[in-house]
Design a binder for this molecule. Structure first.
Ligand code: FES
Ligand code: MG
Length: 577
């Protein structure tokens, strides 16, 4: 293969006839790899987040086999390797705690090994940002292959959505509308096939973000996990990554400022998760793109949400794929001149617009016309004020319109345990006009910024038929959750943010039209109270949690570690022996 246009990275390992080349090749040969695999052809890493403890990614070994077929067919050599797998449903205290850990694993695994380009096998929420962050810090050619969503959940003949059904059924249980037997009966039906959450939760959102950013082939986001076309997509991604290795089509050519602007606009159109705000910031930071919280206002505001999926709307990812998937949405946006940068380059070498200009659209209810949107302004609402000097966010498409401008009396929970103890108290002084405030659930406080911001309403109000109240915290919420929930308050309470100063009986004003979040006390009073706050003790004082608490950035900065921000490239000047 001496006619290759450029010398590939892996030849620094396998390309020499000396002692080092011997060592690198010889040990690999114990797997039965023939000589010609080392002739200078692209070595393609398949970065696999497979794990039986990450149920959403448990089918990934089969997915990897299809990627390998494509790689071999195109003249590359595939090498699959495992990385830390973040399973949203099992990991305590929250999978977010280890997103950065996984990203470090990915970065070092790619840079330290003889890999020319990499296929990122992602699915469950944190696996997508973690792998993109790690790969971006190395800036190698990379392509995302998502595992795909589960089939529609089923309960008593009706569709139910991952996560969203849990929140709904649990509230119904507390309101006395269903019994425990009915509640538990939903378990098997909700998760009945391989794949990620079938709602427009964080996993589906990040899959759409990967596609809108141009880091995957078209249709990557929506093909169901068990649909044979998912395996065809994996196969074709394997073929394409070999070409990308030859073309040196690195992530920095795809992940431009323009790509992130396209993604922000897309997030509004799909009614995507608030978690995307944090993850996109973290990915952008790794490739050297400046992205600010206010970009979400500037680019997202006024964008209609047209995808009618739970938790904001009615349908699930299966219907989304059958309706045309993300290409159909991007086409609608483009035709209305709402795609900020249609010329942005994608991994297949074509522009985003070239990929979607002819995309068919089969169902106007699932992907609605722009003049009949689910929500007229679906962009993430960024809030600021004396309660959130560095910002907070709210997802209007999942909120109650009548609460988007609201002034109410605060009922304060110092931490999650305090909330759990107090919320069931039938004598708690609370009504539906109150504002529920939860502290110490941010990046440092929890630690890991758990998805507890959509705290359940008091049972006594649920029994009266109350469905929503304003809730404010420094936590995140699941992308499958809904409600008028102010999240990501920065700085967080545990970092000395003003949230720590809120007391029962204070009044709080929320105004999503002006982006204001205000605690109705004087600056002097706020300062006096903050001086009296003692930060919470951390449950674990050593280990990874210490590294995390000492280095994590606040939500407005993407919760990356301060020392991980930036692109460090793929060069490793020294041999190992
Ligand atoms: Fe894994 Fe939702 S829990 S995708
Ligand atoms: Mg989640």
């Amino acid at each position: 293969m001496s006619d290759k246009p450029r010398k590939l990275r892996s030849t620094e390992w396998f390309g020499s006839a000396d002692k080092n080349g011997f060592m690198y090749r010889s040990w690999m040969k114990n797997q039965g790899i023939p000589d010609h695999a080392f002739d200078g052809r692209p070595i393609i890493g398949i970065c696999n987040t497979w794990s039986e403890l990450t149920p959403c990614n448990a089918h990934f070994r089969k997915l990897a086999e299809h990627v390998k077929k494509g790689v071999l067919e195109a003249g590359g050599y595939p090498v699959e390797f495992p990385v830390f797998s973040n399973g949203e449903s099992n990991l305590r205290p929250t999978a977010m705690l280890t997103r950065n850990l996984a990203s470090m694993d990915v970065e070092e695994a790619i840079r330290g090994n003889p890999i020319d380009a990499v296929v990122l096998l992602v699915g469950c929420d944190k696996t997508t940002p973690a792998l993109l962050m790690g790969a971006a810090s190395c800036d190698v050619p990379a392509i995302v292959v998502t595992g795909g969503p589960m089939l529609n959940g089923k309960l008593e003949g009706k569709n139910i959505g991952s996560g969203t059904a849990v929140w709904q059924l649990h509230e119904s249980l507390k309101a006395g509308e269903i019994n425990m037997h009915q509640f538990l009966a939903a378990e098997g039906g909700m998760s009945r096939s391989a794949g990620t959450c079938n709602t427009m939760g964080t996993a589906s959102t990040m899959a759409c973000m990967a596609e809108a950013l141009g880091t995957s082939l078209p249709h990557n986001a929506a093909i169901p996990a068990v649909d044979a076309r998912r395996y065809v997509l994996a196969h074709m991604s394997g073929r394409r990554i070999v070409e990308m290795a030859h073309e040196d089509l690195r992530l920095s050519k795809i992940l431009t400022r323009e790509a992130f602007e396209n993604a922000i606009r897309t997030n509004a159109a799909i009614g995507g998760s608030t978690n995307a705000v944090i993850h996109l910031k973290a990915i952008a930071g790794r490739i050297g793109v400046e992205l600010e919280l206010d970009d979400w206002t500037r680019i997202g505001k006024g964008t209609p949400t047209v995808v009618d999926l739970q938790p904001s709307g009615r349908f699930l990812m299966e219907e989304f794929y059958y309706a045309g998937g993300l290409p159909a949405v991007l086409r609608r946006l483009g035709e209305a001149k709402l795609l900020p940068h249609p010329d942005a380059l994608t991994v297949n070498g074509k522009s985003l617009w070239e990929n979607v200009a002819d995309a068919p659209q089969y169902n106007d209810e699932v992907i609605r016309p722009l003049d009949k949107p689910l929500v007229p302004d679906g962009g993430i609402c960024v809030l600021r004020g004396n309660l959130a000097p560095r910002g907070a966010v709210l997802k209007p498409s999942a909120a109650s319109p009548h609460l988007l401008q609201h002034r109410g009396r605060a009922v304060v929970f110092e931490n999650l345990e305090h909330y759990k103890e107090r919320i069931v108290d039938e004598d708690l002084d609370i009504d539906e006009t109150c504002v529920m405030v939860l502290k110490n659930c941010g990046p440092m406080g929890y630690p890991g910024m758990a998805e507890v911001g959509n705290m359940g309403l008091p049972p006594k109000l649920l029994r009266r038929g109350i469905k929503d109240m304003v809730r404010i915290s420094d936590a995140r919420m699941s992308g499958t959750a809904y409600g008028t929930v102010v999240l990501h308050v920065a700085p967080e309470a545990a970092a000395g943010g003003p949230l720590a100063a809120v007391r029962d009986g204070d009044f709080i004003e929320l105004d999503c039209t002006t982006g204001r979040l205000h605690l109705d006390i004087s600056d002097e009073e706020l300062a006096t109270r903050l001086a009296q706050v003692t930060p919470p003790e951390h449950a674990m004082k050593g280990g990874y949690q210490r590294l995390y608490v000492n280095h994590v950035l606040q939500a407005d900065q993407g919760c990356d570690f301060e020392f991980l921000v930036g692109c460090r490239g793929s060069a490793v000047p020294r041999h190992s022996h």
